[in-house]
Design a protein around this ligand. Structure first.
Ligand SMILES: NC(=O)c1ccc[n+]([C@@H]2O[C@H](COP(=O)([O-])OP(=O)(O)OC[C@H]3O[C@@H](n4cnc5c(N)ncnc54)[C@H](OP(=O)(O)O)[C@@H]3O)[C@@H](O)[C@H]2O)c1
Length: 331
């Protein structure tokens, strides 16, 4: 059956925010393809999640060269689904990819050098079948490559028409500032900065978010549910087929400590009082901050995705709720 997107997908239920000082609107919730879209995953579920997301106003899909497994397969699978179901809707989509983590063998298959980034974007365009990415990121600061080399490469990628905008991910604070300055001075500002942020990992809360704001970069958050730790799924053990149980999952069993489970159990009680699932509350807690342009969620099923989108229905917290959450997190 030919996919017909929901005609009400832009009815206002999904808010859109301007990304930094740019004119680009991003949905407050974006969908990431790190897990659940590789060759090891059920492609019918992957397709269902992408169409469900689009039907609910999620216009931004986040990829990277190495997403899979196997590395690259999330891009190939996404490219196939794009052709199959989103034909005619390319201009409604913001598709991002990244390069910087290990991808192919040898000295040029990793890092932030010009060699790696230039080769990688060509490979990613080929795999997805796209003419250009809307956003292309340096996936990480590699500790070696001069910031000027990486940033000039990103600028050249834009000048070559291979990406419309550029971003950085996980850059340490000093390198974040250097990157913004170089890009601004050379006329291609940093559209967006991507960092991990969730109730369990608040490292970016002050410096990185504030610096991004100061330099006019949007701020997009990954792993908002701490890969599933901020849901009710690990409260009573490790369910089969969860990210922690799967060999391809990045979440290790060792991350599910008694302390984490204790905190998640207490947070779950607050979520229940708010009439939310813990996943919804964890997302609402991030979405309450207007400095966050968008939250990139991951999902392994349509029901999770639906639950996560519900977070938008209640992003207000009382002072008492916030204090109690801080108290639990600080224990
Ligand atoms: N820039 C970077 O370096 C970087 C790094 C990591 C991620 N990212 C981006 O951020 C995206 C999101 O990261 P993430 O996948 O770690 O996000 P996340 O939202 O923290 O975790 C997603 C996982 O949590 C579980 N889950 C989601 N919703 C649930 C719900 N309502 N109830 C119960 N469990 C639920 C699912 O795991 P199960 O499989 O257990 O069901 C799902 O796969 C990635 O896809 C990628 O695009 C970027």
């Amino acid at each position: 059956m030919i996919y017909q997107p929901d005609e009400d997908r832009y009815d206002g239920r999904m808010p859109y925010t301007l990304c930094g000082n740019s004119g680009l609107l991003l949905p407050r919730i974006s969908l990431g393809l790190w897990h659940n879209f590789g060759d090891v995953d059920d492609q019918s579920v992957a397709k269902e999640m992408l169409t469900y997301a689009f039907d609910h106003g999620i216009t931004h899909f986040d990829l990277a060269n190495n997403y899979g497994p196997s590395p690259g397969s999330a891009e190939s699978n996404f490219g196939r689904i794009l052709k199959e179901v989103f034909l005619g809707h390319r201009d409604e989509l913001i598709i991002s990819s990244k390069a910087g983590h290990d991808m192919w063998q040898g000295p040029y298959g990793t890092g932030s050098s010009r060699k790696n980034l230039m080769a990688s974007i060509d490979q990613s365009l080929k795999r997805t079948g796209l003419d250009y990415f809307d956003i292309f990121y340096s996936h990480r600061y590699d500790g070696v490559t001069p910031i000027e080399e990486t940033m000039q490469t990103l600028i050249d990628i834009v000048k070559q028409g291979k990406a419309l905008y550029i971003g950085i991910s996980k850059y340490p604070t000093d390198k974040q500032v250097m990157a913004y300055k170089y890009l601004k001075e050379h006329g291609v500002p940093c559209l967006i900065s991507q960092y991990r942020y969730n109730m369990f990992d608040r490292q970016v809360e002050h410096e990185n978010i504030e610096i991004a704001q100061l330099y006019g970069s949007g701020f997009i958050v990954f792993s908002p549910l701490a890969q599933g730790l901020l849901t009710d799924k690990y409260l009573h053990g490790i369910p089969d087929n969860s990210r922690a149980a799967r060999p391809s999952g990045f979440l290790k069993e060792s991350a599910i400590t008694p302390e984490i489970v204790m905190k998640a159990t207490k947070l779950n009680a607050i979520a229940e009082q708010r009439g939310q699932t813990l996943a919804e509350m964890a997302l609402s807690w991030i979405l309450k901050d207007s400095r966050i342009t968008s939250v990139i969620i991951g999902s392994s099923s349509v029901s999770q995705l639906a639950n996560n989108i519900n977070a938008l229905n209640n992003i207000k917290f009382s002072k008492e709720e916030l204090q109690e959450i801080d108290r639990i997190l600080g224990e």
